[in-house]
Design a protein around this ligand. Structure first.
Ligand code: NAP
Length: 279
């Protein structure tokens, strides 16, 4: 039975992927950062453990525990846990950017680098990074999140080349809108870091806040997290995993538009897709 460590399993994509992979015959180490979520996951029949991406000691302890439970072996890692910092670039503080990068990049890299030696020792491994359509198409008011997902994309491309010949494959899944707790979880970070009432962007923020607090119908083309699961399974099990898996219609469309359109025209398409910055 092959084994995988998944981060951010308390909700959304991580939760669905952990359960889906278990049903698919994988031994899943489902991690979450809060003790109550770890207990809940165990109650759901998953092998669960604590892993907080903001805390190096927690990451080290989790890797040690997974390797001990697996007899030194770990076949795969799904880097997934994270959040989105919403806010115009000119309203982003250094602290806001730091927190975005601490969780969504630095934690991922630290964790990845701790599991690679066990994979190298066996000459086999799969690393799947949960990027986003916003990892290659920039949206207004998502500068921090765009920056960190673009960074995940660049880092993953470098890592894939550096691991050539090691038996370890690196893939990016690139979801568009997926049903999860992502929007709810954006709100506290926005409220903590963005002085929106005093901002020149206040009008746009009011629209965005209304949407975040009362989402109404889901955005067009939204899929359930099982759409991500299907691509993660391909990345883990195919003899030739792809470097990138765009998921959802907007992800595929913007991957093509990015290749085809000059930047100014792409800006227009993206501004339009963002409802002129209101979404
Ligand atoms: N939903 C989408 O439309 C979408 C699209 C593209 C990419 N993504 C990516 O998908 C991934 C999962 O998001 P989701 O949509 O499933 O949203 P979600 O339901 O909010 O799940 C996010 C998960 O990440 C965890 N997390 C946050 N900070 C963490 C930390 N410091 N250490 C460990 N775990 C942490 C959360 O745990 P807590 O419950 O403890 O906060 C939660 O389990 C993210 O990387 C996101 O960028 C989502």
């Amino acid at each position: 039975m092959k084994s995988i460590l998944v981060t951010g399993c308390s909700s959304g994509i991580g939760h669905a992927v952990a359960h889906g992979l278990k049903q698919h015959g994988w031994r899943v180490f489902a991690s979450a950062r809060k003790a109550e979520d770890v207990a809940r996951l165990a109650g759901e029949g998953l092998e669960s453990l604590i892993l907080d991406l903001d805390d190096s000691a927690s990451i080290r302890a989790a890797v040690a525990e997974v390797l001990a439970r697996g007899g030194g072996r770990l076949d795969a890692l799904f880097n997934n846990g994270g959040f989105g910092q919403v806010g115009a670039v000119e309203d982003l503080t250094r602290a806001a950017l730091r927190e975005q990068f601490e969780t969504n990049l630095f934690g991922w890299v630290e964790l990845t680098n701790l599991v690679i030696p066990a994979m190298r020792a066996r000459g086999h491994g799969r690393i799947v990074m949960n990027s986003s359509v916003l990892g290659y198409a920039a949206f207004p008011y998502r500068g921090a999140y765009n920056a960190v997902k673009f960074a995940v994309e660049g880092l993953s491309d470098t890592l894939r080349m550096e691991l050539r010949g090691s038996g370890i494959e690196v893939s990016l899944v690139e979801p568009g809108p997926i049903v999860s707790r992502f929007r709810d979880n954006c709100l506290p970070h926005f409220e903590k870091h963005i002085a929106w009432r005093a901002s020149v962007h206040r009008g746009s923020y009011e629209g965005q806040l209304a949407r975040l607090k009362n989402p109404g119908p889901v955005a067009p083309f939204t899929l359930g997290p099982e759409a991500v699961l299907a691509k993660v399974i391909h990345a883990l099990e195919s003899p030739r995993p792809r470097a990138r898996y765009p998921i959802t219609v907007p992800s595929v469309a913007f991957a093509w538009l990015k290749r085809l359109l000059p930047t100014r025209l792409l800006d227009r398409a993206l501004l339009r897709a963002s409802g002129g910055g209101k979404r």
